[in-house]
Unconditional design. Structure first.
Length: 454
């Protein structure tokens, strides 16, 4: 079989097209060549309509003149083996040459400056000379494909730079290797540190984390959870807003998929693992030290009641205040710098103001510093402040911030390991310690840095 013969066949099957026009407009696929072989062997009624359809599909690429003749001779030789004039061994020997010519033709045909589309599984199947189903089985590591064929398919995928579409795989399998992580406030560096630990475990396990920020909006949080459930994510870690409605929503939309709550009590919800600091110690340590230093009035910063995710901290604060005893005040505020500054300024401007404030994070403690300056109070001697998280910048404040220290990345690792099922489901409470710095002192007395452990 030669190129002239192929031209002649397509002249016949192209329904009377003029011989002066371009007849063969692209390298013929294996299906086209098989049809031509049937036509040549006399199977005319069944061969002609498919051949015409093949031609019509190929003519759509008529603007690619570089592919007209590339690879036709090699494919014709491969066809001869398929027709019975060559052995299976000779067909395998001819295959690399056909591959080379096809790739060369594809490169020549692409207009200058045009970006190549990503290779799909059909391209891999075509290059390897197998069905799409066989290519899918091989690329997904499923049985039912001969070893030689599997190797040929993997080589074709490597040559084309094929990468599987994770969304398509998730739809096909009903599962994915992507996990969701929704936080309530990415402006707080605490969550970035936790995410760093989670990402390390995810990377070592070959899975992906999709991270979204609800920005303390319950509506936005619900939207994120619905989108993740629609994409069939394998599991969800969430630092929720409020009492944990989004955790319930996830369990309704993705029953059986794991969920881990970060820094949230999610009281009354079953089937959820919790990862948080030891909240009892995180409140009790600074409260007892404040009492030891001579303070008799202390304030506690918390989120608004409808947005509060960790009411166990507030319960511990009230309990310890009764035990010591200390006069306790609770300041409910949206946990942004501007809002906390406004509420703290109002608190510190009143007669009988507290002499110490315990915040929920080092991030919001910055706002207490700003409010104290607004009302001309010295941090430490005028108003003691205790943060939570021991961020790297906390000891650089003036004066350095006393705070609760914990291992954020260990929390992230614990969170991800529970999502992946590497450890049994269950709660994880990170150990904490009080790092005492100059922001925590009795009036007119400075303190060096001391550490108190639970």
């Amino acid at each position: 079989m030669n190129d002239q013969w192929l031209r002649h066949v397509f002249l016949v099957t192209s329904a009377g097209k003029s011989p002066g026009r371009s007849v063969v407009t692209a390298p013929l696929g294996m299906q086209s060549l098989s049809v031509i072989r049937k036509f040549a062997s006399g199977d005319f009624p069944r061969a002609v309509p498919p051949a015409i359809n093949c031609l019509r599909r190929r003519r759509k690429r008529a603007a690619e003149p570089g592919r007209d003749q590339i690879g036709l001779a090699a494919r014709a030789r491969l066809l001869q083996g398929d027709a019975g004039t060559g052995s299976p061994r000779s067909r395998r020997a001819a295959w690399p040459e056909a591959q080379q010519h096809w790739r060369a033709g594809s490169s020549m045909a692409r207009p200058a400056g045009e970006t190549a589309r990503p290779a799909g599984i059909r391209d891999v199947a075509r290059l390897a000379g197998v069905s799409v189903a066989s290519a899918s089985f091989a690329l997904n590591g499923q049985p039912g494909v001969a070893d030689d064929t599997r190797k040929r398919i993997m080589a074709a995928a490597e040559q084309l730079g094929y990468r599987a579409n994770p969304q398509a795989q998730a739809l096909r399998r009903g599962r994915t290797s992507t996990y969701g992580f929704v936080v309530r406030n990415f402006a707080n560096p605490f969550f970035l540190e936790v995410l760093s630990g989670a990402e390390r475990v995810a990377g070592e396990s070959g899975v992906t984390l999709l991270v979204l920020d609800s920005r303390y909006s319950l509506e936005r949080e619900h939207q994120h959870v619905r989108e993740m459930a629609a994409q069939r994510l394998a599991g969800l870690a969430i630092a929720p807003v409020g009492a944990g409605d989004s955790v319930r929503l996830w369990q309704e939309l993705r029953p059986g998929a794991p969920v881990v709550a970060l820094n949230a009590a999610v009281d009354g919800i079953k089937g959820v693992s919790r990862v948080s600091p030891d909240n009892v110690a995180a409140v009790e340590l600074p409260m007892r030290r404040i009492a030891d230093l001579g303070h008799r009035s202390v304030a506690f910063l918390a989120a608004p009641r409808t947005l509060m995710a960790d009411p166990d901290r507030l319960r511990s604060f009230r309990r310890v205040a009764r035990e010591l005893p200390l006069q306790a005040r609770v300041v409910h505020s949206p946990l942004t710098i501007a809002d906390v500054r406004q509420h703290a300024r109002a608190l510190l401007s009143r007669p009988g103001r507290p002499t110490a404030i315990i915040t929920n994070s080092d991030y919001t403690a910055h706002a207490i510093y700003k409010a104290a300056r607004d009302v001309a109070l010295r941090i430490g001697a005028g108003i003691s402040v205790v943060g939570h998280d021991d961020l790297p910048t906390s000891e650089l404040l003036e004066p350095p911030l006393a705070t609760i220290r914990l291992d954020h990345r260990a929390m992230g690792r614990a969170l991800m390991m529970r999502l992946l099922g590497q450890v049994p489901p269950g709660d994880f409470a990170a150990p904490v310690e009080l790092v005492e710095r100059a922001s925590l002192q009795p009036p007119e007395t400075g303190l060096s840095c001391r550490v108190y452990r639970a």
